[in-house]
Design a protein around this ligand. Structure first.
Ligand code: C2E
Ligand code: MG
Ligand code: MG
Ligand code: MG
Length: 289
């Protein structure tokens, strides 16, 4: 529109860009304050075994209660933080907090923490992870780092080195949002992932007439099991989706059908009650077998 329009329109366009820039600056300033002022928290969403209902892992998800704007979604503030050094501070805070929280859980329950590609490109990351583990006393194999395909845009030798240094710590690595990025299969050949997380976009459409999404889920489950990796299917909201996903061989599911992200206290409460088992929300709350 800016190109075809008159001068006035171009000026509007330029002004919009400037506002957008300003808006990002403001958000970044507020986010810096938020980290200092305790406005950030983590919520924990269960990853559930379809067969037993057991919670095997919880994913830590960052939440920001802005004093004026209310809750700001991580999908809006993480990309802004990634354009500055602040993502490293946020990431370190998340790792420390998540490890401390998980250290209070039974040994059978893991914690998953999202790690930005910017953090992954930072040579200091292994030390940050090691400190979070040492400080909390959490066993390294109970920590799963979630990485997305965007880590592969960097230098491949440095990428390999970072993988080696993280694996040396004994942590697990998961490939998040699989199928949405560049999705080159070549990096699965050598990258040491323990788990693939199927992106929720495939689940959204897996019950529709065109069966391609369901077939892709089946293919990813097969691929990752052939490579000795686990699979978690993300974003399962409805019972018919759960049945499709299960029929395609998936064993682990994360989605609103089992649970929304929970507060730290809610997780502890559930654990205190005994077995941490969740039934899917369904017609009769029955578990498909
Ligand atoms: P993600 O890592 O793929 O996390 C899963 C997202 O799917 C979460 O959104 C979760 O609330 C949402 N979700 C889970 N089950 C369902 C479902 O059944 N239906 C739907 N519609 N959504 C579901 P959330 O919490 O808004 O986070 C969005 C993204 O922000 C995350 O995607 C992740 O990329 C990023 N993020 C969140 N916390 C952190 C963090 O601590 N560090 C970094 N680097 N990124 C984070
Ligand atoms: Mg994730
Ligand atoms: Mg994901
Ligand atoms: Mg995502």
């Amino acid at each position: 529109a800016a190109k075809n329009g008159g001068r006035g329109q171009f000026r509007f366009y330029a002004a919009d860009l400037k506002n957008e820039e300003q808006e990002r600056e403001n958000l970044l300033d507020d986010l810096r304050i938020a980290l200092e002022a305790d406005q950030l928290r983590l919520e924990y969403q269960p990853v559930v075994s379809i067969k037993s209902g057991a919670v095997v892992c919880l994913e830590a998800l960052m939440r920001w209660e802005h004093p004026e704007r209310g809750e700001v979604s991580p999908s809006s503030f993480i990309p802004v933080a990634e354009e500055s050094d602040l993502i490293n501070n946020l990431g370190e805070w998340a790792l420390r907090t998540a490890c401390e929280t998980a250290a209070e859980w039974p040994n059978s329950v893991r914690i998953a923490v999202n790690v930005s590609a910017v953090q992954f490109a930072n040579p200091g990351l292994p030390a940050v992870v090691a400190n979070a583990l040492a400080h909390s006393g959490l066993a390294p194999d109970r920590l799963e780092l979630e990485l997305t395909e965007s880590i592969f845009v960097g230098d491949s030798i440095e990428t390999e080195q970072m993988f080696a240094n993280l694996k040396k710590l004994g942590v697990r690595l998961a490939l998040d949002d699989f199928g949405t990025g560049y999705s080159s299969l070549s990096y699965l050949r050598s990258a040491p992932f323990d788990k693939i997380k199927v992106d929720k976009s495939f689940v959204e459409s897996c019950t529709q007439k065109d069966k391609n999404s369901a077939k892709i889920i089946a293919a990813i489950v097969g691929l990752s099991s052939a490579l000795n990796m686990e699979t978690t299917v993300e974003g399962v909201e409805a019972f018919d989706q759960l049945e499709v996903v299960k029929s395609k061989g998936a064993k682990l599911v994360q989605g609103f059908i089992y649970s929304r992200p929970l507060l730290r206290e809610e997780v502890l409460e559930r654990i205190k009650q005994g077995d941490f088992v969740i039934e899917p929300d369904g017609p009769d709350k029955y578990r498909p077998d």
